[in-house]
Design a protein. Structure first.
Length: 145
């Protein structure tokens, strides 16, 4: 992976995770003092909009590194950090598909199922991604010529 790919991926994961977590906090853990309020926080609809706009940047970044990082490391049976990489890779499809299906679902049961799938998939992806970064091998310095 190039430095540009690494920074792009880190930024898109961070932005998507932060906006998703902030939206979740506003939706599920805040309560409005107005009993007739449709949202729990005035910024809640805007945070959802930002999350929906930023998330495709992450999908693009994952696609960008798929052929030169994700797939080759998956095929390499003795790759370092294989477990966290596989966990991250395995959560990409449920996280992405549930996020998109959540936007178009109209039935309450389907929306609830997609929301639960999205939170579990996204949470496991973010956790595995952080573990994947933390357990990165320390590079040995090259001998001076």
């Amino acid at each position: 992976m190039t430095r540009g790919q690494v920074w792009y991926l880190h930024a898109s994961v961070a932005l998507t995770t932060i906006t998703g977590a902030l939206f979740a906090g506003m939706k599920y853990w805040m309560k409005s003092s107005d009993e007739f309020a449709v949202v729990n926080h005035p910024l809640q609809p805007h945070m959802l909009s930002v999350h929906v706009v930023v998330a495709p940047l992450l999908v693009f970044g994952l696609g960008w590194i798929f052929s030169d990082h994700i797939w080759p490391k998956f095929r390499q049976k003795n790759a370092p950090h294989r477990k966290s990489g596989i966990w991250s890779m395995a959560m990409i499809v449920p996280m992405t598909m549930s996020g998109y299906l959540l936007q178009i679902s109209t039935a309450d049961a389907t929306r609830h199922a997609m929301a639960v799938t999205h939170w579990i998939g996204s949470g496991l992806f973010a956790l595995a991604y952080v573990i994947h970064l933390i357990t990165k091998p320390v590079r040995k310095p090259r001998p001076q010529d």
